[in-house]
Design a protein around this ligand. Structure first.
Ligand SMILES: C[S@@+](CC[C@H](N)C(=O)[O-])C[C@H]1O[C@@H](n2cnc3c(N)ncnc32)[C@H](O)[C@@H]1O
Length: 226
C-alpha cells in the first residue's frame, strides 16, 4: 500500500518503537495498517465513529492477521467504534495519538476532550501528531492554551493541497506559535504560495470578525516582513 505524502510524513515521525499508537479518525485505517506492518508499536488502536467503516476494517485486519500469524508475527491491534474524544489512554510510556484528516476546530475539540477525560499521569506520556484540514491558526492557538508544547511542525504539499503536520506534547517547553513559525522556509516557492493562499483566505474572512482576522493576517504577513 502506498501512502499519500501527507500520511507518509506522519508515518516518518514515528521512528522509535512505541507501546501504543492510536490511529484516530482512521476511516480506511491506511496509516494504522502501515504502523502494524512495520511493527512500529506493540499495539495499534484504530478509532472511528462510523460503524460500517469499522466493521469492514476489523474484517480486513482479521484477514491480514491470518497471513501475518503464518509469518510468526503477532500484531496486536484493536478497533474501537467511538468518538475520539472519549478514548481512554493508559499510563504506559511511549504512546502516540495521531489525529488527521478532520477540520482544525473539531480536532482541537477532540484534543481538549482527550485531555479533560484522562488524568495528567496518562496524558503526559502522549505525543500528539496532528494534521488538520484548514483552521490551523485557531488550532495552534488552542493547543497553546491547553499548555501543550511544540515538538515539530512541517508543511506538506500533497496533491496540490497544503497540510501542516504538528507534533505536540506536555513534555516540552517549546512554545507553539499560531502561524507555525518554525516550519516556514521561504527559499521554497511552495511555502510562499501557501502563505499567499492563507492571506487570501483570511482576507475573505475579514467581514466576519475584523479585529480577529486582521490580527491573523498581520501575523502571517509578519513571517516575511523583515
Ligand atoms: C477524511 S477521514 C480521515 C482519514 C485518515 N485519518 C486520513 O487522514 O486520511 C475523517 C474520519 O474522521 C471520522 N470522525 C469525524 N469525527 C469523529 C469523531 N468525533 N470521533 C471519531 N471519528 C470521527 C470520520 O468518521 C471519518 O472517517
Amino acid at each position: 500500500m502506498k501512502l499519500s505524502k501527507r500520511l507518509s510524513a506522519i508515518d516518518a515521525l514515528v521512528s522509535q518503537h512505541q507501546n501504543i499508537i492510536w490511529d484516530c479518525c482512521c476511516d480506511h485505517g491506511y496509516l494504522g495498517m502501515v504502523f502494524l506492518k512495520r511493527d512500529a508499536a506493540s499495539k495499534v488502536i484504530f478509532v472511528d465513529i462510523i460503524t460500517r467503516v469499522m466493521v469492514d476494517l476489523e474484517a480486513q485486519l482479521t484477514r491480514n492477521n491470518k497471513f501475518r500469524l503464518k509469518s510468526n508475527k503477532k500484531p496486536d491491534w484493536q478497533v474501537l467504534c467511538q468518538d475520539v474524544g472519549t478514548i481512554e489512554l493508559t499510563e504506559i510510556e511511549k504512546q502516540v495519538v495521531v489525529i488527521a484528516g478532520i477540520g482544525g476546530e473539531l480536532l482541537l475539540r477532540l484534543v481538549q476532550q482527550i485531555i479533560s477525560n484522562n488524568s495528567i499521569e496518562r496524558v503526559q506520556h502522549v505525543r500528539f501528531i496532528l494534521c488538520p484540514v484548514h483552521h490551523t491558526y485557531s488550532l495552534r492557538s488552542g493547543l497553546k492554551k491547553l499548555g501543550l508544547g511544540l515538538v515539530s511542525e512541517q508543511i506538506v504539499y500533497d496533491n496540490k493541497r497544503f497540510y501542516e503536520v504538528i507534533e505536540v506534547s506536555f513534555n516540552t517547553n517549546n512554545e507553539i506559535s499560531s502561524t507555525g513559525k518554525k516550519m516556514w522556509d521561504f527559499t521554497q516557492a511552495e511555502h510562499g504560495l501557501y502563505q499567499r493562499q492563507l492571506l487570501s483566505h483570511y482576507n475573505k474572512m475579514l467581514n466576519k470578525d475584523e479585529p480577529y482576522y486582521q490580527k491573523v493576517i498581520t501575523d502571517y504577513q509578519a513571517l516575511t516582513d523583515s
